[in-house]
Design a protein around this ligand. Sequence first.
Ligand code: HPA
Length: 276
Amino acid sequence: MKSSELLYSDPLACATAAAAEIIKRTGVASHDVALIMGSGWVSAVDALGTALYECNAAELTGFQPPTVEGHSGKVRSYAIEAAGKRVNALVFLGRTHLYEGKGVEPVVHSVRTAVKAGCKIVILTNACGGINPKFSVGQPVLIRDHISLTSVSPLSGATFLDLTDLYSKRIRAIVKQQDPTLDEGVYVHWRGPTYETPAEIHMMRTMGADLVGMSTVPEAIAAHALGAEILGISLVTNAAAGVTGEKLNHEEVIAAGKAAADRMGALLKGVIPKLF
Ligand code: HPA
């Protein structure tokens, strides 16, 4: 069977196969933490030092080449050492989005693979529009909760998963100890690929959303369903549509990410060993 067929017919078996390949290629029997680096976040991984292993994700079972600028489609393994501890981090540079139209299975394949490769914690990063005017461009915000507006779930069947503490309170407390200036917010998942209209942003704000983006939510659910603890961090790359009257474009999203990369990288590097 072709690996793309396996992804849709038996996604967990496909993730298990990809994880076995990662274990063999990296020589790391069990990774501890996965990082999914979204738009604008890719250069933040430079802070983690030199990768011990790197390949194109598309070489692994079930992965496809990336289609979004700013998403390189690489998988790397890092060892982060601090205070006598060594944490093995599996890093995915880029992700697949629902708006690519391939269904939800490729969107959550990275996190499922990471959990099958041993990761107990999954860190999901993204670029987002700021709905709440208290958030400014370049500001990282911890995801406290989400609202899904896509009506797409990575789960099917009678899997009535509790999402009360989806974005781990324990982890958020540790991250805020590391950087007490960090704020939290509610992230709303918008399918895209269009940005929202000002009227849609008005609706989201009325619903209680602070941040809007096109990723993260299916991955958080899929990884949590497999038992992983989740941290979500959004980088506000623009004011959401209608908030300032400015038009939105992908270049400003990438540029805001690059400008914040050093701070984001230092935050991740500092906090990861404290999570274990
Ligand atoms: N809307 C949706 N997704 C985004 C945005 C936005 O304003 N900015 C970055 N990703």
